[in-house]
Design a protein around this ligand. Structure first.
Ligand SMILES: O=C(O)CCC(=O)C(=O)O
Ligand SMILES: [Fe+2]
Length: 201
C-alpha cells in the first residue's frame, strides 16, 4: 500500500518551529510482528553505560548501532562503531526511504524491555547529524508514549502513541526547538523495539 506524505492520518504533531509527521501503519501488523521477532534475535543488543553529570550509569534500555562502514557516532559521551546492515534492517530502511524521500546511512536501535525502560528528555542534535536532521523513527512491539516539549517553554508539550508498525518522521527545525522522551510507565507491557534512521554527514 502506497501512503502519501499528506493524508489525513499524518497531520502535523507540533504547533510551530518543527516538522513532525506520524504514519500510524507504515508496516502491516503481520510484517511488524515478523520484524519484531527477527530483530529481537538478530540484533547485537548491548546495555551501554553513559555519563550523566560526571557519574557513570547504565542506560535504562538496550541499544545497537547499524550503518554504512566508516560512520562513527557519539551519543551521550560514548562513541559507537556501526554493525553491518542486516537484511531485515535494509528492507525496513528501503520502505522508510520510499516514504520520506531521504537516504539514510545509519540507524540507532533501542530495545525497551518493559515499562521500566525509557529514554530521558533530549534532542537529537549531535553535530554529526547536520543542521536540520531528518530522523525517521520506526516502532515494533508494545505501544509507548513519545512526548515532545518545547526547549524554551517547557510547559508546551505534545505526545503521540507509537504503535507496532508506525513511523514518526522528524525534520526541519524540530531538533533545535523541541526535546523528546519515552517516559517509564507502570503499566504492565511487553517489549518495544525502535529504530531511528539517521544521516551522518
Ligand atoms: O524510542 C524512541 O521512540 C525514541 C528513541 C530516541 O529518541 C533516540 O534514540 O534518540
Ligand atoms: Fe532521540
Amino acid at each position: 500500500m502506497q501512503q502519501s506524505l499528506f493524508n489525513t492520518e499524518n497531520h502535523p504533531i507540533l504547533p510551530f518551529n518543527g516538522e513532525v509527521l506520524l504514519f500510524p501503519q507504515l508496516f502491516t501488523v503481520k510484517e511488524s510482528n515478523t520484524y519484531f521477532d527477527n530483530l529481537l534475535k538478530e540484533i547485537n543488543w548491548k546495555q551501554e553505560p553513559i555519563t550523566i553529570y560526571g557519574r557513570e550509569v547504565m542506560q535504562p534500555r538496550l541499544t545497537a548501532w547499524y550503518g554504512d562502514d566508516n560512520k562513527t557516532y557519539s551519543y551521550s559521551g560514548i562513541t559507537m562503531h556501526p554493525n553491518k546492515w542486516t537484511d531485515d534492517l535494509f528492507l525496513i530502511k528501503q520502505r522508510v526511504e520510499s516514504i520520506s524521500g531521504a537516504i539514510f546511512n545509519s540507524a540507532l536501535l533501542n530495545q525497551y524491555r518493559d515499562g521500566k525502560d525509557s529514554v530521558g528528555w533530549h534532542r537529537d542534535n549531535e553535530k554529526e547529524l547536520g543542521i536540520n536532521p531528518v530522523i525517521a523513527s520506526v516502532s515494533f512491539g508494545a505501544t509507548r508514549t513519545f512526548q515532545f516539549r518545547n526547549y524554551k517553554d517547557k510547559s508546551i508539550t505534545r505526545s503521540v502513541e507509537l504503535s507496532n508498525g508506525s513511523l514518526l518522521l522528524m525534520s526541519g527545525a524540530t531538533q533545535h526547538h523541541w526535546e523528546h522522551q519515552i517516559p517509564k510507565t507502570t503499566r504492565t507491557i511487553g517489549s518495544r523495539i525502535n529504530i531511528t534512521f539517521r544521516i551522518i554527514v
